[in-house]
Design a protein around this ligand. Structure first.
Ligand code: ADP
Length: 169
């Protein structure tokens, strides 16, 4: 009942997913899937304490990707980025938790793997900016836009986290 209320509240007021209910959109890119990194990446988010509320393996269309990366359409690497992202399946996910947008970006590292510290996903698993394994929303507003672009409301699960009291005090 509480979940239903929260879903309706979040749908009507897009700012409903705040605090421990904040959500971010994470996508393991085609190179991450091909290189069998899915398990290790998912494990990092689980171990951190975030809650998985949506997940699917999807071959993204060029239309979806152009919309997703619309802010980058004037960049010289844009068409290469769309080809790369549509070259194979992507694992699209929604993770939930306190400050998840900011913390997930820290877990990812910098856009360019060369600037990413060891211990971050891009610092540990990739070399070139054009094959940087993972996407993560850069703000709460972007997360809301990206989640609604990639997921239907009924693809997101609201479930009781039985050990949340070991994550939050
Ligand atoms: P981020 O993914 O870290 O939020 P951006 O939004 O700036 O970074 O870029 C989106 C994606 O575009 C990057 O993750 C990367 O795959 C690709 N990209 C960014 N800069 C370059 C570049 N100079 N050359 C090739 N691809 C790039």
């Amino acid at each position: 009942m509480i979940c239903l209320f929260l879903s309706v509240f979040a749908y009507v007021f897009q700012s409903g997913w705040t605090g421990v209910n904040e959500r971010t959109f994470i996508a393991i890119k085609p190179d991450g899937v091909q290189r069998r990194l899915v398990g290790q990446i998912v494990q990092r988010f689980e171990k951190k304490g975030f809650k998985l509320v949506g997940m699917k393996l999807i071959q993204a269309t060029e239309g979806l990707l152009k919309e997703h990366y619309t802010e980058l359409r004037s960049k010289p690497f844009f068409s290469g980025l769309i080809s790369y992202m549509s070259s194979g399946p992507v694992v699209a996910m929604v993770w939930q938790g306190l400050d998840v947008v900011k913390m997930a970006r820290k877990m990812l590292g910098e856009t360019n793997p060369a600037d990413s510290l060891p211990g971050t996903i891009r610092g540990d698993y990739c070399v070139e900016v054009g094959r940087n394994v993972i996407h993560g929303s850069d703000s709460v507003e972007s997360a809301q836009r990206e989640i609604s672009l990639w997921f239907r409301e009924n693809e997101l699960q609201c479930w009781e986290d039985t050990h949340s009291h070991w994550i939050y005090n």
